[in-house]
Design a binder for this molecule. Structure first.
Ligand SMILES: [Zn+2]
Ligand SMILES: [Zn+2]
Length: 119
C-alpha cells in the first residue's frame, strides 16, 4: 500500500490510504545515528567481509564501485560500516543519509536506529 508524501511546514508526513490517517516517518538519519556506524577504510571493510569466505581480496578491492558517484572506491578511501555491508564513499553515503533518505540506496535497508538497535 503506497503512502502519499506530503510536506507541511518543513515536516514530511505520509498519508496512508488504508487507514485514512497521516503518519510521520523518519526520513533522515540524525548525527548520532550516523555516528553509531563506524568509519573504516575499504581495505579494512573487505578484510572483515571476506574473513570467512574464500575470496581473493585483491580482485575484490579493485572492483568496488560507489553507487552514488560511480567512481571506484580506493582501498584507502574511508567508508562507513553499515549493517547490510554495502560499500560507498563516506562523504557520498553521509550526504545521502542526512539529506535525502535513511535507507541504503542499494538494498533499501532501513538505517534508522529505532529499527536497528546497535548490537
Ligand atoms: Zn562516491
Ligand atoms: Zn545495502
Amino acid at each position: 500500500m503506497a503512502l502519499t508524501r506530503i510536506t507541511l511546514n518543513n515536516e514530511t508526513r505520509f498519508f496512508d490510504p488504508e487507514t485514512q490517517t497521516y503518519k510521520t516517518k523518519q526520513l533522515h538519519l540524525t548525527d548520532s545515528e550516523l555516528e553509531s556506524y563506524k568509519i573504516s577504510t575499504l581495505s579494512k571493510a573487505v578484510e572483515l567481509l571476506s574473513a570467512d569466505q574464500d575470496t581473493n581480496d585483491e580482485s575484490k578491492l579493485s572492483n568496488i564501485e560507489c553507487a552514488f558517484c560511480f567512481e571506484k572506491i580506493a582501498p584507502t578511501d574511508k567508508i562507513r560500516n553499515i549493517p547490510c555491508s554495502h560499500l560507498f564513499h563516506l562523504a557520498c553515503l553521509d550526504s545521502w543519509l542526512t539529506k535525502f533518505n535513511c535507507c541504503c540506496p542499494s538494498c533499501r535497508f532501513d538505517l534508522t536506529i529505532q529499527h536497528n538497535p546497535p548490537i
